[in-house]
Design a protein around this ligand. Structure first.
Ligand SMILES: *[C@@H]1O[C@H](CO)[C@@H](O)[C@H](O)[C@H]1NC(C)=O
Ligand SMILES: *[C@@H]1O[C@H](CO)[C@@H](O)[C@H](O)[C@H]1NC(C)=O
Ligand SMILES: *[C@@H]1O[C@H](CO)[C@@H](O)[C@H](O)[C@H]1NC(C)=O
Ligand SMILES: *[C@@H]1O[C@H](CO)[C@@H](O)[C@H](O)[C@H]1NC(C)=O
Ligand SMILES: [Cu+2]
Length: 543
């Protein structure tokens, strides 16, 4: 890689130029885009839907009078709601024919999910071709081996959350005295914030959610107050919803009336409200100590991003962001040769332990809510290096209008901080050979409730790819009820950081020396780390 590798610091160049007359006149060399690339439009077979495509699919589905789909963002559970529009990935065989042997371009189609509140089931459709006269076909039977999916199998929509908040405020009207004496609740002035456990029940068809309550602070996740209720919201008619159980300061009650009677009779262990400072604030506690080291592209970027394609030195790949499963790359090539058809995030699960009901049960399966949908704007110089390339994404999930997420993907080349290879020899042959090492990072960050996962696909000059995730954000916590110290560590007064494990699933479809990978020597390396502090854990995979 010649000069690029050696000219990491301009100061080096200057010194070399001053001290050597044998070297070429590097000072006269102008900074340039050192990359000569030709992008290809073929990557567009993997591209997410454009804003116009989402809109045309939405309008088309809305126009189907017999489907009676609500236009409202906050459609009630009892209404029909167009929950999701996402790219329907073309079949691999069709794509390969198109990429490798001038086959036809596969039809561009959308996946569409409708929640039929009026009819009590869910359906999935494929809508296409996006370039022509749209049609829809029901793929529920083919994909799930049932013609209708149970209505209770759906995720909670913004519309249902609106109904849940209304329901909770009605519940709170009956609980005003204990909530204000114990937790400082003041109607319309000082709220208690809800956080849900999952799954919503223990058998298919259940839709009962343990909701625990937290102080209304930034970083609420580590401010539990010691109050949880089990809400049965199985019915599509929210008037039928009920509170099936309550937990107050470690004590269970079957009904609101039972709890109120015991509370009034002083026949339970009470919590007395106390104001506390916000130990969860993210505001800096001391003055910043100045700017850390920065990296610059002294001779221009050695990578290029166009549409959904990245080219970087010997690498090229297509990329996308699924609202449900998260970021993904396709047709990953090194020196022109495909080494992977797909590398994608599939699932992030976290499993908890506690004596409190919400966290006893809780297993978050993030793709059931959607991972990619929470890829928000990245902050320059913090989430990614300042000089990274930032890409907008567009999504249609739990909405009634296409949403743009500015700068939600970043791409950058970064110094690794150690050489790619080096050898110093003072036996027989004196010499040194070393190569500076940098890699290309493709990144999104998803903030799903309390957790922020930093997702990286890293492309090294050695020809290896790494998929890496870091967990940051807030831990989930519960009130320090009796016996709970067995299930975690105390992180603040009365606050338990619950024991838990993260599971991360990536999909990698390697295609080394052909689709079958028979003759190839493939090394997959999986590294996991047990988080010491519960906030930082990395699971690494490289090939
Ligand atoms: C989306 O829903 C909101 C809230 O119901 C409504 O005010 C708005 O008109 C809807 N937008 C469209 C395009 O129908
Ligand atoms: C599909 O469902 C039918 C009826 O419920 C069942 O008998 C069959 O085994 C299922 N097929 C698969 C592939 O799961
Ligand atoms: C709501 O409850 C009423 C009375 O208990 C019942 O007749 C009705 O079927 C329920 N509605 C739904 C959608 O479950
Ligand atoms: C919802 O349930 C309530 C109470 O059971 C009932 O009075 C009402 O008619 C129901 N609404 C619908 C639309 O079924
Ligand atoms: Cu964790």
């Amino acid at each position: 890689h010649g000069l690029d590798e050696e000219s990491i610091l301009i100061i080096n160049i200057v010194l070399i130029c001053l001290n050597s007359n044998r070297l070429p006149k590097c000072m006269s060399q102008q900074p340039q885009e050192s990359l000569q690339v030709t992008h290809s439009d073929k990557s567009l077979v993997f591209a997410d839907l454009t804003a116009e495509e989402y809109k045309s699919v939405r309008d088309y589905m809305w126009a189907q009078k017999d489907l009676k789909i609500s236009h409202s963002l906050t459609a009630k559970s009892s209404e029909n709601f167009l929950f999701l529009i996402d790219l329907s990935l073309p079949r691999k065989a069709d794509v390969l024919r198109y990429l490798d042997s001038s086959g036809q371009k596969p039809a561009r189609e959308a996946s569409v999910v409708v929640f039929y509140g009026e009819r009590g089931y869910l359906k999935e459709y494929v809508v296409g071709p996006l370039s022509g006269q749209l049609q829809y076909r029901d793929v529920t039977q083919k994909k799930y081996n049932t013609s209708e999916l149970p209505f209770t199998a759906r995720t909670v929509t913004i519309g249902e959350y609106v109904q849940l908040f209304t329901f909770l405020s009605q519940v709170f009207q009956n609980l005003e005295k204990p909530l204000s004496e114990s937790f400082g609740y003041i109607p319309r002035k000082r709220k208690l914030l809800p956080f849900e456990g999952m799954p919503r029940g223990i058998k298919s068809g259940d839709r009962k959610t343990w909701i625990s309550f937290f102080r209304d602070f930034s970083g609420m996740y580590i401010h539990p107050v010691g109050f949880e209720i089990l809400v049965n919201h199985e019915s599509s008619n929210s008037s039928n919803w009920t509170v099936d159980r309550l937990l107050y300061n470690g004590q269970y009650f079957d009904t609101i009336d039972e709890f109120m009677a015991r509370y009034k009779a002083n026949n339970l262990k009470k919590i007395v409200y106390k104001e506390i400072p916000n130990h969860a604030s993210l505001k800096p506690r001391k003055k910043p100590s100045g700017l850390g080291p920065q990296q610059y592209y002294l001779q221009g970027k050695r990578y290029s991003v166009k549409n959904n394609q990245v080219i970087y030195l010997d690498w090229s790949f297509a990329f996308g962001l699924s609202s449900l499963t998260g970021m993904r790359v396709f047709d990953v090539r090194f020196k022109g040769e495909r080494i992977a058809y797909e590398l994608s995030v599939q699932e992030a699960m976290s499993v908890y332990g506690s004596v409190t009901p919400g966290m006893i049960l809780t297993k978050f399966l993030d793709s059931s809510i959607g991972i990619g949908r929470f890829a928000h704007e990245l902050v320059r110089g913090v989430d990614c290096p300042y000089a990274a390339t930032y890409v907008d994404t567009y999504r249609y999930i739990d909405t009634n209008v296409t949403q743009r997420f500015r700068n939600s993907i970043c791409v950058f080349e970064h110094d690794i901080g150690r050489p790619l290879r080096r050898h110093f020899s003072d036996f027989f042959h004196n010499g040194y050979g070393g190569m500076a090492n940098s890699a290309l990072v493709f990144r999104t960050i998803t903030a799903i409730g309390n957790y922020d996962y930093i997702w990286d696909f890293i492309f090294y000059q050695s020809g290896s790819v790494e998929a890496r995730v870091h967990a940051t954000g807030y831990i989930s916590s519960s009130f320090k009820d009796d016996g709970n110290l067995q299930y975690g560590h105390q992180v603040a007064e009365n606050v338990l950081g619950n024991i838990h494990t993260h599971f991360i699933n990536f999909k990698v479809d390697l295609d080394i020396l052909g689709k079958k990978n028979i003759r190839s020597l493939i090394k997959i390396h999986v590294a996991t780390c047990q988080p010491v502090a519960q906030l930082d854990c990395a699971i690494e995979k490289s090939q």
